[in-house]
Write a protein that binds this ligand. Structure first.
Ligand SMILES: NC(=O)c1ccc[n+]([C@@H]2O[C@H](COP(=O)([O-])OP(=O)(O)OC[C@H]3O[C@@H](n4cnc5c(N)ncnc54)[C@H](OP(=O)(O)O)[C@@H]3O)[C@@H](O)[C@H]2O)c1
Length: 354
C-alpha cells in the first residue's frame, strides 16, 4: 500500500446503486492498485437517518458487514448523526447515490471545504440553477445522471472542448417510456401496456413517476445546462402521458382507470407513426429550448433504429453533419450505474491529485 495514493471516499446513500458501488470498490482493489496506483479508502457512509465515519478508512470487512446489514433492511446506527461530518479529510470525494434533493446543500458545503463530488443523483443538478452553478465544475463528475454508465456526459464535454458546435441534441432517455412507446406503436392499448410494464418490473412502484416524463426531463435538463442554456425545470415543456386529474388516484385506481386513455393515446400514436415513423419518447434540446415528449422518428434515423428499451443520445454538430454522433446502449441498472460512478471517482481523484 505504501506507494499507492489513498483517496478518501464518503458514500452518501447505500441503496441499490450505493451498495453495488461499495462492492465494486472492494472487488476492483487490485485493478486500481495496478492500473492507477490508487487505493479508495471508504472513510464513511450515510443513509437517510445516520452516518458512520472512520477518517482513516473502514476496513473491507467492516464495509461488508455494513452492506449485509443494509441488505437486511437494518439501520446503519441507532442514533442519528450529522450527514457530512467535520472529521472528513479535505480531499475527500463525496459520492451522492441518494434520490433526494436534500443533498444539494451538503454537496455545496463539501465543495466549499475543498472536497470533490460525484453524483448519480440527478436532483441537485436538475434543481435550482444556483445549485448547478455551485456544483457543476471541474471538481465534480456526474456521468451516470444521464443514461447510467453510457459515456454521454464525457462525450458532450469532449465536443464542448473541441472546436465543434453542438447544434441540437435529441435523446431517448427512459427505458420505461421506450418500452411503452414500442407497445403503443405495436397497437397494444395504453392501459394494458402500462399494466404489462409494471408487471415486468419496468416501472417505478407508482408508474405515474415514469409516465409524467419528469425523470427524462431532468436528464435532458442536465445536458441543456452543460450547453449553457440557463433553464429551470419550469421552462421545460414536458409531455405527461396522463392528465393531472389522475394524480389524485391511488396506484390501483390509476392502473384500472388508465384504460380511459386508450383512445386518445391510440390516436396520438397513429398521427406520429404515419408513414412508418417510429414512436419514441424523446428529448429535444435546441435553440435555447428543451422539450420532452412523444415524437415520430424516421425509421432509418439513429433515434428511430434503437431497441426500444435502450437509451440513446444523438449529438447533431457542425462537423458531424448529416451523420451525427450517437451514444447508445443499456441506460439503466444498478451494477452498470455503480461502475460508471466508480469510473467517475477514479477520474476525479486523478484530476484532484494534479
Ligand atoms: N438504478 C439505476 O438504474 C440508476 C441509473 C442512473 C442513476 N440512478 C440514480 O442513482 C440514485 C440511487 O438509485 P438507487 O436505485 O440506489 O436508489 P435507492 O435504492 O432508493 O437508494 C437511495 C439511498 O439514498 C438514501 N437516502 C435517501 N434520502 C436520503 C437523505 N436525505 N440523506 C442521505 N441518504 C438518503 C437511502 O437511505 P435509506 O437506505 O436509509 O433509505 C438509500 O440508501 C438515484 O438518484 C437514481 O436516480 C439510478
Amino acid at each position: 500500500m505504501n506507494d499507492l495514493y489513498v483517496q478518501p471516499v464518503f458514500l452518501l446513500g447505500l441503496g441499490g446503486v450505493g451498495r453495488a458501488l461499495a462492492r465494486q470498490i472492494l472487488a476492483t482493489r487490485d485493478r486500481h492498485a495496478r492500473r492507477n496506483r490508487l487505493h479508495l479508502a471508504i472513510v464513511g457512509v450515510a443513509d437517510r437517518t445516520s452516518s458512520i465515519v472512520e477518517p482513516s478508512g473502514l476496513s473491507d470487512a467492516a464495509v461488508r458487514d455494513l452492506l449485509d446489514r443494509k441488505s437486511r433492511g437494518e439501520r446503519l446506527t441507532p442514533d442519528p448523526r450529522p450527514l457530512i461530518p467535520d472529521s472528513l479529510p479535505p480531499h475527500t470525494i463525496v459520492v451522492d447515490t441518494t434520490a433526494t434533493d436534500a443533498t444539494a446543500l451538503w454537496l455545496i458545503e463539501a465543495k466549499a471545504r475543498g472536497m470533490g463530488v460525484v453524483l448519480a443523483n440527478k436532483l441537485p443538478l436538475a434543481g435550482d440553477l444556483r445549485w448547478w452553478d455551485a456544483i457543476a465544475d471541474e471538481r465534480a463528475r456526474w456521468e451516470t445522471t444521464c443514461g447510467a454508465a453510457l459515456p454521454v456526459i464525457s462525450t458532450l464535454n469532449t465536443l464542448l472542448d473541441s472546436g465543434d458546435e453542438v447544434i441540437r441534441i435529441e435523446g431517448s432517455l427512459s427505458g420505461t417510456l421506450g418500452f411503452l412507446s414500442s407497445q403503443l406503436e405495436a397497437g397494444v392499448p395504453f392501459g394494458q401496456a402500462v399494466r404489462d410494464a409494471k408487471a415486468r418490473g419496468y416501472t417505478e412502484p407508482d408508474p405515474r413517476q415514469d409516465l409524467g416524463g419528469l425523470d427524462a426531463a431532468r436528464k435532458a435538463l442536465i445536458l441543456a445546462r452543460m450547453l449553457g442554456y440557463r433553464l429551470e425545470m419550469k421552462d421545460v415543456a414536458v409531455e405527461s402521458l396522463y392528465p393531472p386529474e389522475m394524480d389524485a388516484l391511488s396506484v390501483d385506481e390509476f392502473l384500472r382507470e388508465a384504460d380511459a386513455l386508450d383512445a386518445p393515446m391510440k390516436q396520438r400514436a397513429a398521427e406520429l407513426t404515419a408513414g412508418g415513423r417510429k414512436l419514441r419518447y424523446a428529448a429535444e434540446i435546441a435553440d435555447g429550448r428543451l422539450r420532452v415528449g412523444l415524437v415520430g422518428a424516421a425509421p432509418d434515423s439513429k433515434l428511430g433504429s434503437i431497441r426500444s428499451s435502450d437509451s440513446i443520445v444523438v449529438f447533431h454538430t457542425r462537423y458531424f453533419g448529416d451523420n451525427p454522433l450517437a451514444v447508445s446502449g443499456r441506460g439503466a441498472g444498478q451494477e452498470v450505474t455503480a461502475s460508471g460512478v466508480l469510473g467517475d471517482i477514479v477520474s476525479l481523484s486523478r484530476a484532484m491529485r494534479r
